[in-house]
Design a protein around this ligand. Structure first.
Ligand SMILES: C[S@@+](CC[C@H](N)C(=O)[O-])C[C@H]1O[C@@H](n2cnc3c(N)ncnc32)[C@H](O)[C@@H]1O
Length: 233
């Protein structure tokens, strides 16, 4: 499933072998439990059936925020077709539902999609979506992304952040900043708006401010559980 494409990946872990899985980085043992939890959720296509509608609302809200508020503060209108001609990283991609969604939104999406996730079973469930359409799925932690620095034009990370502890969160932001194409990339980000994160929204925005000149947050909606944010330089 994983191809080495123009040396984009610094290392990779194939999803093709049942017993081949990544060890969480030292001290990040919580990731093992999270991976096991999502491995079980993925079973039998359950995740897509249960969460597709909910996640697609978040994807729509992220694109809306990008086109409207972020375009305004940056001073130029983001064009989705143009943006998705580049390389897209989906950090904590799960079953790659975003891949299908983006392909429906614009013609150019597909070939440049890379999804990373800690759960091998979530990636396996996403495998069929990418078949014959381009894109790659890689088993990796969001705190140590095996992708070259400065390579990504657009990074999505939807409903993954709430799975990380404080130390992982810092590494997560550093990695998002590192793999983004310097001063040009867009980060479309959401996290579950429940305690403890709902009590730390200002801190999270302050962390993002360290890496991005522009950070916008969508007004809370009753039908979306996450905080929705868009960032760029
Ligand atoms: C709620 S699901 C969201 C999946 C996907 N973004 C979507 O929109 O459907 C959270 C995902 O984050 C992944 N995840 C959790 N912790 C992770 C980590 N440290 N590194 C990479 N992926 C992680 C889980 O395996 C799971 O697939």
């Amino acid at each position: 499933m994983v191809r080495l494409k123009n040396c984009l990946f610094t290392s990779c872990f194939t999803t093709g072998h049942k017993n081949h899985s990544i060890e969480p980085a030292k001290g990040f043992a919580k990731s093992r439990d999270i991976a096991e939890k999502y491995d079980q959720t993925a079973n039998g296509g359950h995740y897509d059936v249960r969460y597709k509608e909910e996640q697609e609302k978040k994807y729509e809200a992220l694109l809306q925020l990008l086109i409207s508020d972020l375009s305004k503060v940056v001073g130029h209108r983001f064009d989705l077709d143009e943006l998705f001609m580049g390389l897209i990283l989906d950090s904590g991609c799960g079953t790659a539902m975003l891949f299908d969604f983006l392909r429906d939104q614009c013609n150019s999406t597909g070939v440049g999609y890379v999804g990373i996730d800690i759960s091998l079973e979530m990636l396996r469930a996403g495998h069929t979506k990418l078949k014959g359409k381009g894109g790659d799925l890689v088993q990796a932690t969001a705190e140590l992304i095996p992708i070259r620095s400065g390579s990504m034009d657009c990074i999505f990370s939807v409903s993954t952040f709430q799975n990380l502890d404080d130390r992982q969160q810092e590494a997560y932001f550093q990695e998002i900043a590192r793999v983004g194409r310097s001063n040009q990339h867009v980060f479309l980000f959401s996290f579950l708006d429940k305690p403890p994160l709902s009590e730390r929204v200002d801190d999270i925005i302050a962390s993002l401010d360290r890496y991005f000149r522009h950070v916008v947050i969508a007004p809370k909606r009753r039908d979306i559980e996450d905080q929705i944010l868009a960032c760029s330089n």
